[in-house]
Ligand binder design. Structure first.
Ligand code: SF4
Length: 330
């Protein structure tokens, strides 16, 4: 078996170190960066893998990832993060790549005890089992505190040159990074919106009010301010130019669902997206929200353009009550 490894790679310091540890033992490492629906770990991965001199494969999770979110076998963390199930899912993707490229092991930057709900010993065992990686999932940073993996027992990996770090302290990891000559040490971040308590109301709302929600609905959670209105209608309002463009993109990709796009016609302001029936009431509320979130508008003369059902029209918007009967989903 070749000295080849697949690294589940977030772009964070822990997974960078895991790669360097195996490289120090003569391993060729291929990084696997997995993109979830919730923006985990996107930005730093490309630069970090280039600094480490490893090839990176970037894959997105499939629609079946949403089943994990809807009904995680091992529960949620402090917010809506189903970390144990999610890690098992990513482990399966890594196993597939391991088999494809003839690697003998999957490595991760997980540390024993670093996260209370997903990185204790039982959870690490569950992840390995659910990924189908028993004996082939190595956590180099904590490996000496865990049973030896198959490549260790076969002598491909020198267990003595692995580590016994545990807990949340970054100090020993930064020292190790300095010993390895890693110049750019990334700041700690999960990069995953599911771990944010402020994001949780959006997920909870979607799961409870819209059990048939699909990828479009889940991806929409990442953009704008979200408001739930009577009859289950949702209105999303962009917070900046980028989100306005994102909402326009969502509208274009809405498929067969009821939706309408609301744009300011004679003032500079945000874009709104109605998900559900764009009747008079919901359109009036969307217009009022656009006025509420702009400072450059004469509210007595605010005109909006409404795109819906393949047609467009312009109408007056009024600064109405945007609180009564409206739930703001953070
Ligand atoms: S924080 Fe948890 S839920 Fe989010 S991507 Fe990482 S493992 Fe998955």
């Amino acid at each position: 078996m070749e000295r080849k490894a697949v690294a589940l790679f977030s772009g964070g310091l822990d997974s960078m170190l895991a790669i360097r540890i195996l490289q120090e033992q003569g391993f060729e490492v291929e990084a696997l960066n997995i993109r979830t629906t919730f923006d985990c770990c996107r930005v730093p991965a490309a630069q970090a893998t280039s600094d480490l001199g490893v090839r990176v494969t970037v894959l997105s999770v499939g629609d079946d990832y949403l089943d994990i979110l809807r009904n995680p076998r091992h529960g949620y963390g402090k917010a809506f993060n189903p970390c144990v199930d999610c890690r098992g899912y990513m482990g399966r993707m890594a196993r597939q790549l391991m088999e494809e490229i003839g690697a003998c092991v999957v490595i991760t930057g997980e540390l024993l005890g670093q996260r209370p709900n997903s990185q204790k010993r039982p959870q690490l065992d569950i992840v390995a089992r659910e990924a189908g990686l028993q004996g082939r999932l190595l956590r180099p940073l904590s490996a000496k505190l865990l049973p030896p993996t198959i490549p260790e027992t076969e002598g491909l990996i020198d267990r003595e040159r692995l580590y016994d770090f545990t807990g949340r302290s970054r100090k020993p990891l930064i020292e190790l990074a300095q010993r390895f000559g890693i110049a750019e040490i990334p700041a700690p971040s999960t990069g995953c919106a599911l771990t944010e308590k402020t994001f949780a109301p959006r997920v909870r709302d979607l799961l409870t009010r819209h059990p048939g929600a699909d990828r479009w609905d889940f991806e929409l959670l990442n953009a704008g301010r979200h408001f739930r209105f009577r009859g289950g209608i949702k209105i999303v309002v962009g917070r900046n130019e980028q989100e306005n463009a994102t909402l326009q993109g969502f509208f274009r990709g809405r498929g067969t669902r009821d939706a309408a796009l609301i744009e300011p016609e004679n003032f500079v302001g945000p874009v709104g997206l109605i998900v559900g029936r764009a009747d008079e009431e919901s359109t009036a509320l969307a217009g009022a929200l656009l006025i509420r979130y702009t400072r450059q508008c004469d509210p007595s003369n605010a005109v909006i353009r409404v795109f819906s059902d393949g047609e467009e029209r312009v109408c007056q918007a009024w600064p109405g009550d945007t609180e009564a009967g409206v739930e703001r989903l953070c």
